[in-house]
Design a protein around this ligand. Structure first.
Ligand code: CA
Length: 337
């Protein structure tokens, strides 16, 4: 009797231990799953643009070294159809084009990159961004204007820089290219998306698992990229006010992520159909869309007392999946805390 009792007891203890082990395995796998879904990425907005003139190779190298997961490229075409990394279709707010080619502006006074060949564009020097109306620096405390020497570069130059740095550092930093103004390019007889996709393919980026995320504001163009140009890349639909929750279902048909402006997520007084903008994240997640808002910078604290408080609100409270930031070091340090 006592022998049987102890056998039973022993069996119970073993069963309890096995249960505990099983429970621990379950717990650790659920923590792992949570960590994977909670992985939040740092996207270096125009490089480490808080420290160096935007979209220069120097700013991209710095972002790579600072721990960015992805480095962003805005893409526009030259007259001879070469994608150059630049934020706008205009050259005059970030280069000395007005001094080098004084008679090449259009009637509106602006200098369009599409009117210049790559050779011509490469002669220009790049400066900190100015506001074209006031002629004042957009961010006066950043890199001083007119100091040192920076140049524009092609998309291929930059891919080779990132891939080269990945090899020499052992990191796996991704690229996050944006097709700028496809309608403007089309009006000039240029298919920028097709040109960009061909370059991406050439450098080994063609499916969702590759370290490349392609973004665009133009929903019709992003749809075309997915369905007509048959791209399998991870796609981000950029959003602008008043795009909102009601648009997410449509985006989810072809995109993998959305990129709303950060102020849309923060200003909870904005209401659409009775829902605040922060609900946009919950709704996006229900539709399996990641949320990568733009842009975190120390000069725009959105009412928070310091940059870390803004980061904490975005990453911890709102639960965003990543963010575009001018300060990849501060953002990466925050996430590594
Ligand atoms: Ca951009």
């Amino acid at each position: 009797m006592s022998y049987l009792y102890s056998i039973n007891n022993f069996a119970l203890i073993i069963a309890a231990k096995l249960n505990l082990v099983f429970y621990l395995i379950l717990l650790s796998s659920s923590v792992m799953a949570q960590n994977q879904t909670q992985h939040q990425i740092v996207i270096a907005h125009r490089g480490a643009s808080g420290y160096l003139p935007e979209h220069t190779m120097e700013s991209k190298s710095m972002a790579h070294a600072m721990g960015a997961d992805y480095v962003e490229q805005d893409l526009v075409l030259t007259k001879d159809n070469v994608p150059v990394v630049m934020h706008d279709i205009y050259l005059d707010d970030v280069t000395d084009v007005a001094q080098i080619y004084p008679d090449r502006s259009r009637e509106d006074g602006r200098y369009y990159i599409i009117d210049f060949t790559l050779q011509e564009v490469l002669r220009l020097s790049v400066n900190e961004r100015i506001n074209i109306k006031t002629q004042q620096l957009e961010f006066p405390n950043r890199f001083p204007r007119g100091k040192s020497l920076f140049r524009l570069h092609t998309f291929e130059n930059e891919i080779e820089l990132i891939q080269g740095l990945n090899q020499s550092s052992g990191k796996q930093v991704g690229i996050y290219p944006e097709i700028k103004n496809p309608a403007f390019h089309k009006k000039h007889g240029k298919d920028i998306s097709k040109i960009v996709l061909d370059i991406l393919k050439k450098y080994g980026y063609h499916q969702k698992t590759d370290r490349c995320i392609l973004q665009c504001f133009d929903a019709a163009e992003l749809k075309r990229i997915r369905f007509d140009l048959k791209s399998d890349l991870f796609l981000t639909q950029l959003m602008e006010f008043p795009d909102g929750i009601s648009d997410l279902k449509d985006y989810a048909h072809y995109a993998d992520a959305v990129g709303p402006p950060i102020s849309q997520l923060i200003v909870s007084s904005y209401k659409i159909q009775g829902k605040t903008y922060s609900d946009l994240i919950t709704e996006a997640h229900k539709l399996k869309l990641k949320v990568h808002p733009y842009t975190l910078r120390t000069e725009e604290l959105k009412g928070f007392s310091n940059f870390d408080a803004l980061l904490e609100f975005c990453f911890d409270t709102l639960n965003i999946d990543g963010a575009f930031t001018d300060f990849p070091d501060k953002t990466a340090n925050f996430l590594r805390r």
